[in-house]
Design a protein around this ligand. Structure first.
Ligand code: 5GP
Length: 182
């Protein structure tokens, strides 16, 4: 079954725009992390599309790792501030420059937990690169080092972002049509 044609009430960024922005950010990362011990950490599942795009244009030596952080449950569109982090593989953190790649930073609570996690494990540095930033909703003082696009407080889907686990595979980012929110 295909997704309804009007699943997005508004398309915010298409694939071309996202790839172009990923290229720009990667260029900056190449400069900022030259001669550093960079580990790009993808937060599953939402960041996976952006992560793979970004990675392609990071040309300096780096490692990639995956972590799962979740703060939404079921079909809600509200953040619940109860962040769970699960590390899949035991990866080296000590003396590494950690760059967490996020799909979206909203309240910032997930980032706060991730920062606490990496900092207690003695990494050299920890920063965040996010495709989308809902800056106005921030409840913490943590700011991403790299932002793809700043967006308004609307629930978005596509390009890795889900609603109730669907719509991640849409090749653009858009606002979910409220008539599909249960
Ligand atoms: P925070 O902890 O910053 O409030 O939330 C971060 C997480 O909330 C993101 O990784 C993402 O999973 C989810 N999230 C926040 N806003 C949205 C949104 O507009 N759409 C979707 N699909 N997820 C969101």
């Amino acid at each position: 079954m295909d997704y309804p044609k009007d699943i997005m009430s508004e398309i915010l960024y298409d694939e071309k725009q996202i790839i172009a922005r990923a290229q720009e950010i990667a260029k900056q990362i190449n400069k900022d992390y030259e001669n550093k011990a960079l580990t790009l950490v993808c937060t599953l599942k939402g960041a996976v599309f952006f992560f793979t795009e970004l990675m392609k244009y990071v040309t300096i030596d780096c490692r990639i790792e995956f972590i799962k952080a979740s703060s939404y449950i079921g079909n809600t569109t509200m953040t619940i501030g109860n962040v769970k982090i699960s590390k899949f593989m035991n990866f080296e953190i000590a003396n590494r420059d950690i760059l967490i790649v996020e799909d979206i930073v909203d309240t910032g609570l997930t980032c706060k937990e991730l920062f606490a996690y990496f900092n207690t494990n003695k990494c050299s540095s920890v920063n965040v690169c996010t495709l989308l930033d809902k800056k106005k909703r921030r409840q913490t003082n943590i700011e991403p080092k790299y932002v793809g696009f700043e967006i308004d407080d609307k629930f978005v889907i596509g390009y890795g972002l889900d609603y109730n686990e669907s719509y991640r595979n849409l090749p653009c980012v858009g606002v979910i049509n409220p008539k599909y929110i249960k």
